[in-house]
Design a protein around this ligand. Structure first.
Ligand SMILES: Cc1ncc(COP(=O)(O)O)c(C=O)c1O
Length: 481
């Protein structure tokens, strides 16, 4: 008890002023338990949110979050934009706004979507409080408890708590280097047909997937859109990273292939401008859009007016694509640093994706390593990653981890990977000593320079690591620039 604030047996300080408890007792838990809605029993916390407190400590190198590097945004421009808002639009910028967002924000969104060759109907757009709210509103609008949602396996770790809180039956379809295995999707849909069930939607991050780092191939995109049309299933295309391409050819979005009938498109300014402003959006056909607006009005009335004014000012300057170019240059180098560090410091049993864009690498370790346990060891070395289980609704993914390369400097990335590599190496060594399994390494393989760390950094397509039980390891491809 704080001696400065002595309390009586009612938990109130003398004078009756209530104050916060220092901890929750079992009596507290029991008192509230009977009040909770049934759905709270299946709610899940977000791994990234859970880690944020630890990873915000300055001594921790966090490869866990999906944080863009906001230090690259020039403070002088920010100050000038905010000053203009204060001088010219103070009262309006501080007022409530329309639930669907201002027409000027819609124009900005159209411009951003045009940069990826999309032509949305302005009447289809709803501004949301980040892409995250868009996902929540879509689930609120479409899902009854037990409804099937199909997602990639692994899927965006922040989507898992959303699907869980709406009590979805989430089915995940494996991916390979070319994104979701659409052949396996068709098998799953046939199986669901036999059970008399039809998914409400297929959730996909087709471009520079979070967490997989892979991109859905063109033929698969076409087939996915065809499947949605044939079966009248909606697709939710979540595309925060499409403009962050560092290599290879641009591919059409699912939304542009479909024309917006069956694809609900989710976008955000978080990764190309700032996550702090919380500006995202959904494009949906009018009947769906109308329900999304009703859902949003009940949730938060409108997205921050002040943020929308900032966005309007910023885009009016006309330099936003130059800033995205800058981000691309920074992240391209950091991606290279991470991939080279992985080749140097991760044991030969590990495999990882070679992203052409986005912010993440997905690494898969031998299946006797549980990355949730490994994280505790890594945190002792002041380094963090997202354990793979966070990217599955059903407990799979424990052999994998998500590594972010946008939030730290190249030096920190290399040091972070060195530290994780050391804890992984310890586990591999321990396992091999206990099981004698190191004997399976053939002598000629040991002598073969192509299997050395240095040679593997070239990414020659070899994939020496074993499959991690439930999760397909992504094969290494040559790094393209
Ligand atoms: C695939 C995906 N969807 C949605 C979001 C949410 O982004 P925000 O709410 O910041 O727009 C993220 C953030 O990392 C993401 O990676």
């Amino acid at each position: 008890m704080d001696p400065a604030r002595p309390e009586d047996e009612t938990g109130r300080s003398p004078g009756g002023r209530p104050h916060r408890r220092s901890h929750t007792t079992s009596a507290d838990v029991a008192r509230y338990a009977g009040l909770f809605a049934q759905r709270t029993t299946v709610m899940r916390s977000s791994a990234m949110r859970d880690l944020m407190e630890i990873t915000s400590r300055p001594e921790v190198i966090s490869l866990a979050g999906g944080l863009p590097d906001t230090s690259t945004f020039p403070p002088d421009s920010f100050a000038a934009q905010m000053t203009r808002i204060a001088q010219e639009s103070s009262a309006k910028a501080l007022q409530y706004g329309p639930t669907e967002g201002f027409a000027e924000t819609h124009e900005v969104i159209e411009e951003v979507m045009r940069a990826e060759d999309m032509r949305p109907d302005p009447g289809d757009i709803v501004v949301t409080t980040g892409g995250q709210q868009a996902l929540d509103l879509i689930c609120k609008t479409l899902l009854d408890p037990g409804d099937v949602v199909v997602a990639e396996g692994p899927t965006y770790p922040g989507a898992v708590p959303v699907f869980c809180s709406y009590e979805a039956d989430t089915r995940q379809v494996e991916m390979d280097d070319d994104g979701m295995r659409v052949d396996l999707l068709e098998e799953l849909l046939a199986e669901l047909d036999r059970e008399g069930r039809r998914p409400k939607f297929i959730y996909s991050v087709p471009t520079f997937q979070n967490p997989g780092g892979v991109t859905l191939a063109l033929e698969r995109r076409r087939r996915l859109v065809e499947i949605a049309r044939e079966r009248e299933i909606l697709i939710v295309e979540d595309n925060p990273y499409g403009l962050l391409r560092y290599a290879g050819e641009t591919l059409p979005t699912l939304y542009s292939l479909d024309g917006g009938d069956y694809v609900l498109y989710v976008g955000t300014l978080s990764k190309i401008l700032s996550p702090g402003i919380r500006i995202g959006w959904v494009c949906a056909p009018p009947p769906v859009r109308a329900k999304l607006v009703l859902g949003k009005a009940a949730t938060d009335l409108c997205t921050s007016t002040l943020s929308q004014y900032f966005v309007r000012e910023y885009f009016a300057e006309g330099d936003w694509l130059a800033y995205v170019d800058e981000l691309r240059d920074v992240y391209r180098s950091r991606r290279g640093a991470m991939l080279r560090a992985l080749a140097s410091y991760f044991p030969r049993q590990a495999t990882w994706s070679q992203p052409d864009g986005g912010l993440f690498v997905w690494a898969t370790l031998p299946d006797y390593i549980d990355t949730t346990d490994l994280l505790a060891k890594a945190l002792r070395e002041n380094v963090a990653f997202v354990p793979g289980a966070a990217a599955y609704a059903d407990g799979r993914g424990s052999g994998s981890m998500r590594l972010n390369f946008s939030a730290q400097t190249e030096e920190e990335i290399v040091e972070g990977i060195r530290r994780i590599g050391a804890v992984v190496g310890e586990q591999v060594g321990l396992y091999e000593t206990m099981t004698g399994s190191f004997e399976v390494v053939q002598p000629e393989e040991q002598d073969d320079p192509s299997t050395s760390s240095a040679a593997r950094s070239g990414g020659d397509g070899a994939n020496p690591g074993p499959a991690s039980g439930d999760v397909l390891p992504f094969h290494r491809k040559p790094l393209r620039d």
